[in-house]
Design a protein around this ligand. Structure first.
Ligand SMILES: [Zn+2]
Length: 375
């Protein structure tokens, strides 16, 4: 037997409201609902269980099967019992569903705003009438202007990206907040602090996912302001994590890496077997030297990149311990490097007794084995 849908399941987006009845009306449907059995004081945030009185609100909502819907909600007036609070009576808020004094639900406002922005007044009015969410062209334009000025209604932000931006490069930073579903910047905060971010998020309970960089400051802010929101790393930082992990691993196993020459060395042309052998030996020696030079150049480049990363992190205000933890390298090296402006040149050792001989012997073994292989 097919399962019967309850009103609650059918209208599950109306969080904070309990749907009691759905009745047909002359021009669509009327959904009757009621508010909560307790409410938060908007001034002090203390929960009140002391109801003062009830009142009805009528709002327009999204249509059902092309017919318009009116939401009739019984809300409460509540007493604030906190002694520290100046407010005595307040009306119930249903965050994320409806705004105080609004004549339509937030989700209907969002659709009106989208249509108004895409089509403008007249065309938007015609389309919305056909879709069962009528609105006048003036109202549509007013909503677009209000949303743009940020004074009244803003669409609900569910997925927000939190990143830092520089007032002055490497000196002082603010925070930029981006609605990732709409790819729009929604706010700029003057500082990069957990407290300010937490306060911003606390005013937006609709935020479900926060994409952030690897700053612990933002993690703390999200935990404080939106503890139920899911924290994720964005694609850029995931790639960065992967790249740095691979770099670290390769740096640890550097001794196992061997440079592969790009082209086969050219044997100088000349007559006779002796000249040919001599030419081959010279070319083997020069290719070995090239390999050494290339490996040294690559190591130097890696070192320079690491040095620059450490300098940038230092400029961003990170401590030596934080940098060491972040990069997974010994803090003694970082301690030395943060005091320097440029990366020092490699300190070449004087050859120790016997070193030259050992190297020559190695080269000779290489050349002999190579000659055997070619025969
Ligand atoms: Zn209060």
């Amino acid at each position: 037997m097919a399962k019967k849908l309850s009103y609650k399941e059918l209208l599950s987006n109306l969080k904070g409201l309990t749907v009691r009845n759905v009745v047909p009306a002359d021009l669509g449907w009327v959904v009757e609902a009621e508010g909560s059995s307790r409410a938060l004081c908007p001034d002090c945030g203390v929960t009140s269980h002391s109801r003062h009185s009830r009142y009805w609100r009528k709002l327009r909502d999204l249509p059902m099967q092309g017919a318009s819907v009116t939401l009739k909600v019984q809300m409460g007036r509540w007493r604030c019992r906190s002694r520290q609070c100046l407010r005595q009576i307040f009306t119930e808020r249903v965050d994320g569903v409806l705004l105080p004094h609004s004549q339509q639900t937030n989700r209907l406002s969002e659709v009106h705003w989208l249509v108004g922005r895409a089509l403008g007044g007249r065309s938007g009015q015609r389309l919305l009438k056909r879709l069962g969410m009528p609105s006048s062209r003036h109202t549509l334009l007013r909503q677009v202007i209000k949303a743009a000025s940020g004074s009244v209604w803003q669409p609900a932000i569910r997925v927000v990206g939190v990143y830092d931006w520089a007032w002055r490069k490497g000196q002082s930073f603010g925070t930029i907040l981006v609605d990732l579903e709409r790819s729009e910047v929604v706010d700029l905060l003057p500082t990069r602090s957990a407290k300010v971010l937490g306060e911003w998020l606390a005013q937006r309970p609709e935020v479900k996912v926060v994409s952030r960089d690897r700053q612990g400051v933002y993690a703390e802010g999200v935990r404080a302001g939106a503890p139920k929101a899911r924290q994720v790393a964005d694609r850029f930082h995931l790639t960065l994590n992967l790249r740095q992990a691979v770099e670290r691993e390769l740096a640890l196993r550097r001794s196992f890496l061997r440079f592969t020459p790009q082209s086969t060395p050219v044997v100088p042309s000349g007559g006779g077997r002796e000249t040919e052998n001599k030419g081959r030996q010279i070319s083997i020696q020069s290719s070995v030297q090239q390999q050494h030079a290339e490996v040294a150049r690559l190591r130097r480049q890696q070192k320079l990149e690491l040095f620059q990363t450490i300098q940038r992190m230092k400029s961003a205000g990170m401590t030596v311990s934080q940098i060491a933890r972040h990069l997974g390298i010994n803090r003694r090296r970082i301690d030395r490097w943060v005091r320097l402006d440029t990366l020092p040149e490699r300190n070449r050792m004087e050859p120790r007794p016997g070193m030259v001989e050992r190297q020559s012997a190695k080269r000779l073994v290489c050349s002999v084995s190579d000659r055997k292989m070619r025969r």
